[in-house]
Write a protein that binds this ligand. Sequence first.
Ligand code: KIV
Length: 282
Amino acid sequence: MITTATIRQMKQEGKPITMLTAYDCAMARMEDEAGVDMILVGDSVGNVMLGYSSTIPVTMDEMIHHTKAVCRGVSNALVVGDMPFMSYQANEDEGLRNAGRFLKETGCTAVKLEGGASVCKLVERMVLAGIPVVGHIGLTPQSVNQFGGFKVQGKDLAAAKKLIQEAKELERAGAFAIVLECVPAALASKVSKELVIPTIGIGAGKGCDGQVLVCNDMLGMNSGFTPKFVKKYRDLHSEIIGAVKEYINDVQGRSFPSQEHTFKIEEGIIEQLYPTNKKEIV
Ligand code: KIV
């Protein structure tokens, strides 16, 4: 069973940390069986599974529902629940209570929240309350409206300094890992070296201590836009469409179900149920 101590240890030993998102029990079970170290129930559930155009509409109740399902499928990986937009921004007490809900109601081990200096006080309180926290800086999708789109962060001197500062402050506040999203590789690599806790990169190059991808992206389950940083390991979109088309053809052509997918009944039973007229006369 992977714990926060295992994750810290992996950084010390220079072992790359693997993390993937999952949103349901079936996918989480497969990722766990494959041996992924951490599973993030991301608020990307909004775009990936629920059909929203961003992560903004995702609610605490939706996150709790999906995180519970993921936890049911996992026996080894460390599960992290993602705090959705406005579950912690309005006030710290509410943030703390919502983080507590993840641990109490779902069985996950840790929570993730977006932001740097602005969330450090809350991170401190969560850690004091016994809630392990993953930070998330760089491109933070809940602030996409403020960024004016999905853009690489930390590109100029001031922004790069701010990112390093925020990473250090999150570490000081007690986060046990930090997601770095869409950050130039050279900067992410420096940040990773400056921290004792591991960085988990997404679009942040190979100098991070671990990597995270959205499972549907890496499995090629979407036909639309794919960000530059995603490596598609399979093309499940085509595979699934192909399989569904074959099924439709088989049903329409009456070649499915065949004998091997069909149950038999003992001889004579149907005849007894529906005796022919001739037998009835006899
Ligand atoms: O919600 C999510 O999937 C995330 C990852 C992109 C890190 O926050």
